[in-house]
Design a protein around this ligand. Sequence first.
Ligand SMILES: Cc1cc2nc3c(=O)[nH]c(=O)nc-3n(C[C@H](O)[C@H](O)[C@H](O)COP(=O)(O)OP(=O)(O)OC[C@H]3O[C@@H](n4cnc5c(N)ncnc54)[C@H](O)[C@@H]3O)c2cc1C
Length: 466
Amino acid sequence: MLNVEKRDRLKLPHIPIEKRPPQERLRDFCEVSLTYTPEQAIAEASRCVECAKPPCVKACPLHNTIKDWLVLTAEGRFLEAAHLSQTTSNMPEVCGRICPQDRLCEDACIVGVKHPPVAIGAIEKFINEYAFAEEGLPLPAVAAPTGHRVAVVGSGPAGLACADELVRRGHHVTVYEASPKPGGLLRYGIPGFKLEKSVVDRRTEYLERLGVELVCETRVGVDVTLDELLDGGFHAVYLATGATVPKRPSLPGMHLDAIEDALPFLIRNNTEEGEPEDDLTGLRVVVLGGGDTAMDCLRTARRLGAASVTCVYRRDEANMPGSRREVQAAKDEGVVFEWLRAPVRFLDNGAGGVRGIEVIHMELGEPDEEGRRKPVPIEGSNFEIDADLVIQAFGFDGSPVPASDGPKVTKWGTYTVNDDGMTTIPGVFAGGDAVRGADLVTTALVDGRAAAAAIDRYLRANTQGA
Ligand SMILES: Cc1cc2nc3c(=O)[nH]c(=O)nc-3n(C[C@H](O)[C@H](O)[C@H](O)COP(=O)(O)OP(=O)(O)OC[C@H]3O[C@@H](n4cnc5c(N)ncnc54)[C@H](O)[C@@H]3O)c2cc1C
């Protein structure tokens, strides 16, 4: 530990995490951020002023005991720090990489009032990579088998966290996944430059070693019904099917070729093998939207050789939903931002394709019910932006299991649940994006963990083990 009095810690220099330079990183889909060295991690963690009631812990949806593992890191006790971080999170190595810390823990960090906040995410990544290099992912203690069987539908962070917690409690868990491999959006949505696939692989391999049964390429509601699961020996079901149905505003010209949704574009081009399918060399690409998905599309398009990549977003930079860090990364990689612009119609190139979009200038009006200032069009301010490819990233609705008499869903396709996360069908629970709508990895983990505790209570109260 750097032997520095608490009051002097604010004078310690911040150690920014090193990033690969844009010209280098645009040539591949590998992670952009490097990992701290032990010396850097100690120096950065030593900047923590050890608040009595740490606001970083409160701001973290998982309430990770951040201060405690920062102190351990500052003392060079990396393994202990990693173990502590693993007690509240089922994948801290993932959260360290892709949580929007600048909107959560780091935004709340007291040091950040006058100085750069402590780089909590980079330290979380470091301690967990350190632990992985030292000891792999050792298996935790598992309770004696209860004889209860639970089906988890969907292998994103919500489903995997729930499975992890249930198996530790002695229940047998089978995870059904529609895609060829487990991981949900961690594997099939979030690009490798934020989270490499090998990180997802080692987490799912660990879960299999722990005893989670993974059944991929099986879509519940199609290959096996929810009723068949309930009648076929499962005592409870957890629906963690995510929210991946694209929202699309109805705009003139939306039938034209070369207008597509964000997720298929990302899946095609962020492949396991690192071999993208599209070649956008010379094309002008416009991405509509301002969230994390839009940022990932913009940065993917830059890696595919597009001549220009433009983000069109209806609010200003300060009011966009995505992480500031991601916006900065996109800017560093040459993305152009058109703030306060909303699409009006897609323009026809005369051959069935798109040649651009007409947009209108917006200004921010009164705050809406969530307190965000509403964008209002400025009459007569329309202009055109040329484009050979337009990608729509307006967000997602829920993607519930196809079932005519399944649990109740809202008009946004998300499940209705009670305080225990149970749907309108007894014994069928739901969580993650499937309930919240498109949200975050960390909130999906919160839900998966809470569901495991609720399912455990339900099983003990309502069923006898086999
Ligand atoms: C492009 C993109 C970038 C993102 N970037 C970030 C980020 O940087 N940081 C962050 O915190 N969050 C990010 N998110 C959000 C985050 O990925 C999600 O909030 C999180 O993955 C939700 O977890 P989940 O387990 O609820 O659902 P998902 O990860 O969506 O997993 C759902 C799984 O269920 C499967 N499934 C669905 N229906 C069925 C069925 N009927 N039968 C069997 N399987 C089924 C799906 O195939 C999928 O594997 C991003 C999202 C996107 C789309």
